[in-house]
Write a protein that binds this ligand. Sequence first.
Ligand code: NAP
Length: 249
Amino acid sequence: MKGIVENKVVLVTGASRGIGKAIATLFAESGAQVAFTYLSSVEKGQALEKELSSYGIKAKGYRSDASNYQESEDLVNSVLEDFGSIDILINNAGITRDGLLMRMSEEQWDEVMRVNLKSVFNLTKAATKPMMKAKSGSIINLTSIVGIKGNAGQANYAASKAGIIGFTKSVALELGSRNIRCNAIAPGFIETEMTGELNEATVEEWKKSIPLRRGGDPSEVAKVCLFLASDLSSYVTGQTIQVDGGLLT
Ligand code: NAP
């Protein structure tokens, strides 16, 4: 895949593990310069910086809370100082705090909205400034099929992910004339620590209902990111691409 994002600067939030890590790795393999963030997984974040650098590209990890407005502004400024530009922003950081509505606390609601949705606003707002100057950019937001379909026990998560889709379309409408594209990816069931929390019986039941009969690998989401980040998708904006093995069809 070398060439399509070579020397482009990508900023990926929440890359210490799971889908974010797979994205950072594929972009490094593809010759991009990779700035990424982590929050609680400090050791994993530091190890990833070394791992990515072994591809012969510039890579740097930043400990930064995507849900914090000021930290996100500071992060973008640090990345600009260190890398000179931000060509691609991938808003991947996300959490779940599941529970039925009857038992969901205000804290569970607020935390998920802050980390999943406000973070996308924070980073997009900060990163579009340099993108507007450069008259070019690609923003990719990780939503979920749950944001399209809803899911019992995930009212907070589903609302945050549906919010991301509305945000993505609005940004695409506002910034298309500046040559900045904004798209979303809606994964289905991807095997990471996030889905590792689910009980085995539920997972097996889900797999039976997936047309491709298996969960997805994080690298399969990363490949769609690479497409949306690069000129392979130069006429695609405002879209939500499902990466779900056909689950929501
Ligand atoms: P994961 O394995 O739980 O990893 C989440 C990542 O987000 C970690 O690197 C974590 O960093 C980071 N993070 C959490 N809160 C953060 C914050 N406030 N600031 C910065 N980073 C933060 O999750 P995943 O399964 O890879 O999911 C990645 C994205 O895909 C999420 O947005 C998720 O909603 C979405 N998604 C996943 C699936 C799936 O099946 N896995 C399906 C649909 C959508 P630390 O560990 O360092 O805190």
